[in-house]
Design a protein around this ligand. Sequence first.
Ligand code: CAA
Length: 248
Amino acid sequence: MAGKVAIVSGGTGAIGTEICRHLAPLSSCVVALCRPKAPDCNNSSEWVAERKKEGYTMAVMECDVSDFENTASVLESIEDQYGPVDILVNAAGITRDATLRKMAPEDWQTVLRTNLDGVFNTTRCVIGGMMDRGHGRIINISSVNGQKGQFGQANYAASKAGMHGFTMAVAREAARKGVTVNTVSPGYIESPMIMAVPEEHRKKILAEIPVGRFGNPSEVASLVAYLASDRGGFITGADISINGGQYI
Ligand code: CAA
């Protein structure tokens, strides 16, 4: 797979960073996209330096995936600089948890624009090239909460369920051209997003997970790397759960 360019949206987050590490052996170049002004994007040069210390050469580009024009121009400059994109992982995601009766329209719009429009925007920019070249891997990081719904997450659950509808449709369109499109639906994975859930709710959630623990980012990243590899070529349109048995 040497010579392949991989892009990971949300690539500087906890799960995203681990996905970047796991894609490194499959790619000549891994580029993490991060949201302008996101806390972890302010330190993008630090992120690159930390990866360098670990032995990886990776790049970070600021990209507002919720904005099609911005995404198109960032992806064009990545292709000019590094070459065509062969692997796209859509891992950018945000929460604005509130029960529906309290949810502000902007909490709905912000989550849908980032989590779902973001997947359209990045994928729309690379799908034509992948199909023309006859090879590509697209992996959309959804959530157990898009499969089962979650109290306080009408916006997030809708965006994550919508993501898999998108996966299935595009998988059908792209399969004949050597491009696979899959969803990975993690459960609760140790990350700042989970730590932001109030402790009383977190304890209740932990009690619902049959394996008795939260997952770790490398478990998700290994699955993503498998789907991104040549060995994953017969899997397309799937929604693969990785949730410790929380939703069976
Ligand atoms: N199930 C059932 N009832 C619940 C509940 C639950 N999970 N959580 C709260 N309630 C009840 C309360 O007991 C209370 O009941 P009463 O009115 O009868 O007293 C009522 O709902 C409170 O309703 P409010 O609208 O006032 O809720 P709130 O403002 O106190 O809190 C919330 C709502 C912020 C969404 C809170 O429930 C919460 O943080 N829940 C966790 C949400 C969650 O799991 N988010 C996951 C984030 S991580 C992630 O998303 C990554 C991933 O992909 C897995």
